[in-house]
Design a protein around this ligand. Structure first.
Ligand SMILES: Nc1ncnc2c1ncn2[C@@H]1O[C@H](COP(=O)(O)OP(=O)(O)O)[C@@H](O)[C@H]1O
Ligand SMILES: [Mg+2]
Length: 174
């Protein structure tokens, strides 16, 4: 299917990479609204790592993240926890962008992950230019994770305006 217009949401993502420092973009919207496709299209022009969060034992999810963060040349990192995977991305990974699809599933893996991520973001975001993109279908849960316990970068969130109410994914950036 031809990619129909998501120029506002694309612009939010492009702005995050144009921006010189680190950025976090949160995309929420109900299932099948086009969140994953939006980031796929974006990542056709901006290379990055892509992980899909599945609710299962953390060690297995850490393995999925290690696959996602593997380099083209064959290097594959090893992680015991999802936290370690995020730290590796923020501190050492080659590529600048990482996308985690269906982020709320990570709460089932380990409820402390958003908290750990917040601590990592506070530690690394000022000294790196990494771009983290998260998406999730449970809009209420995304709001709870990223506003009530917001990583600091989201404190001044300029909310992207959702023109068609429920019919579009909502992408926000710092
Ligand atoms: N902007 C778009 N233009 C054309 N097709 C789209 C667009 N966004 C999504 N789709 C299609 O709609 C379906 C659902 O999109 P998807 O990205 O999987 O939704 P979500 O990740 O929000 O559940 C997919 O088949 C996808 O290719
Ligand atoms: Mg999806």
């Amino acid at each position: 299917m031809r990619f129909y217009d998501r120029s506002g949401e694309m612009e939010t993502l492009r702005r995050a990479v144009r921006h010189k420092g680190s950025a976090m973009v949160v995309i929420s919207g109900r299932r099948r609204i086009g969140k994953s496709r939006l980031v796929d299209e974006f990542m056709n022009e901006n290379d990055g790592y892509r992980a899909f969060a599945v609710p299962k034992e953390e060690k297995l999810v850490a393995g999925d993240f290690a696959d996602a963060l593997s380099e083209g040349g064959g290097y594959r990192p090893v992680f015991n926890t999802v936290r370690d995977a995020f730290e590796y991305f923020l501190a050492r990974a080659e590529k600048r962008i990482m996308y985690v699809d269906e982020f709320p599933n990570l709460l089932e893996v380990n409820p402390s992950i958003p908290f750990e991520l917040q601590k990592l973001w506070e530690r690394y975001s000022a000294s790196t230019d990494k771009v983290l993109i998260f998406s999730g279908s449970y809009v209420g849960m995304m709001d709870r994770i990223f506003t009530r316990r917001k990583p600091r970068s989201l404190a001044g969130t300029a909310k992207w305006k959702d023109r068609d109410g429920d019919n579009r994914p909502c992408a926000r950036d710092p």
